[in-house]
Ligand binder design. Sequence first.
Ligand SMILES: [Zn+2]
Length: 665
Amino acid sequence: MAIPSRVYDRKGKLIGEFYSERRTLIPVEKIPSYLISALVSSEDRKFYEHEGVRYSSIARAVIKNLLSLRYSQGGSTITQQLAKVLFTNQEKTIGRKLFELFCTNEIESRFTKKEILEMYLNLIYMGHGNYGVETAANYFFDKSAENLTLAESAMLIGLLPNPTLYSPITGLEYSLIRQKKVIDAMTEVNAITAEQATAALKMFQIQWQISKKESGYLSLIGNFPDHIYRINLAPYFLDEIKQFLLNQYTQDVISKGGLKIYTTLDVDKQLVAQKKIKDAINKQKEYYRQMLQSAGINEKKSIRISEAIERTNGVFVSIDSKDGAVLTMIGGSEFSSRNQFNRSTKAYRQIGSLIKPFIYYMAIKEKKITAATILEDSQVKEGTFDYQNYDGKYDGPMTAYDALRRSRNTIAVKLLQSLSIDDLQQILARITGNELAAIKERVPHELGVALGTPQFSPMEVAQAYASLSNNGTSVKPYLLYKIEDADGRVIWQKPEERKEKVLNSDAAFIVVNILKGVFQEGGTAGWVSKLQSDQNLIPFDIAGKTGTTSSFRDAWFAGITPDEVSIVWLGTDYNFSLGEHHTGGALGAPVWIDYITSNAREKTESHFEKNFTLNNITTESFCAESGGVPINNTSCPHQNKMAFLTGTEPSFFCPLHKTSSEPSR
Ligand SMILES: [Zn+2]
């Protein structure tokens, strides 16, 4: 017996089920009359007259078969086809043919023509595992058979002789020819007029966007969530699982073998992330739509904006920072036959400021700076190239803490000037799980690297941030724990990964501490500080980094909790600008904050310290303006408390604030 394989999330919830076949029934009264006339005109014009068997054509088939010693000629009436479906297997033998004749007569004598049609239209195979017109209408056209148009009905009827060959998804060219034949047959028997036929086909072409490209015919038919699964709560994630399974087992084992597939996904979080990223994508599309309205008669511009709307995409991935288990995965705006490209693992984009924490990490580890070091935000040039800040301004001296959480470009460039790009390449290779040679190609010897010109996939970035927030230990993202066969035997298990130390724990801890400041007032996502005062909303530590690439082409956000790292990306596939001020902080951060504050999340207190084994860390307060030690608790109006490598703490008193700013109590 065929048992579908089922896919479970990390808590044992069913997230996907492979189907082997699907059936949804529909009463004949609800089937449009032109669908029935399409069937009768093209398959069996004498259906209403004869008694089920077209004797002359059967005789022909039998004779022909005797001559060639094998049966190949069709020539079946609708009732015969039904008999075939109901009572015989699909093997072609003369004995079966005679049995079929017998059954056909039985059916004709016991049922009305209407009942025969109803059975036939509900039982006939229509390709891709679909039985019956209702299932097929849903599969190909995303609607009930009741609502099929004339041309859609003709296409479904047209595929009956060979559902595999004539499938509009895999063989649209043939499918269109078959559709035309059915329509012609309907015109021949005067079921429709020639005008109706022309109009129906024309409307169909427009509605389903039939187009001919070099690669063949394209259309929107079947352009709906992945039909491999009957249940599919995480399309991009399950597509990765499917690819893995297809490499290991046959299609039959997968769809009928009753495998139990245990995955790392957290479906509750996944559903929240799906909703949040979709909202963000829709908001961006709405922004483009308003642009489109104001573009007016500028045709070239309108076309570009329309394309941008179509190509707006988003990614959300989360991994468990301790071991790389993938908790959520969304690889694009929607999963469909046209949009299956999983951007979370396959789209390589400039990462913008998401690279900066690793440059600060190097500078801190090499004791070139501490969080309190005063750095100068001022013009920096390489040859004739002038590195600018996002706002086009220079803010003068500030602490390293402020420079990173405010993402000042010139300071990152200056820091990289003082470091070795070879060393940076080595670190990036280790934390993203790539070969050094590959990273050397992606990370060139130029200062622009400090602003994130190298391209990485969101998953690689997640991996890098997981190492940073997990004691500097390497992680490798994975999706599967184990697979059991129908009898519960484990037939595949995730191999143990060797964990390596890829970053210095102390320096990584300091960087994560600084990144908490991104959410404090003045940080690039400072608006979050208001939410953070509500301890019940976010009872755990959070850190993050915003990233925006030049001309606002990519909006990135990396969000870190003590347990999990998430990467949000918004952009268009063709590198359109997202629009002025559409930054990682404005677009990406809210998606993540919504995600971590949603009800699907655990709401328990936890701190980054639990992830780290620290050797050499001292915590000190310093003046936010001078970086010096405050003379007393109240002397400096703004103070930060930060971690330092022991021995690198500020060693001078704040020269700006020599007396208490408030009377001591
Ligand atoms: Zn001070």
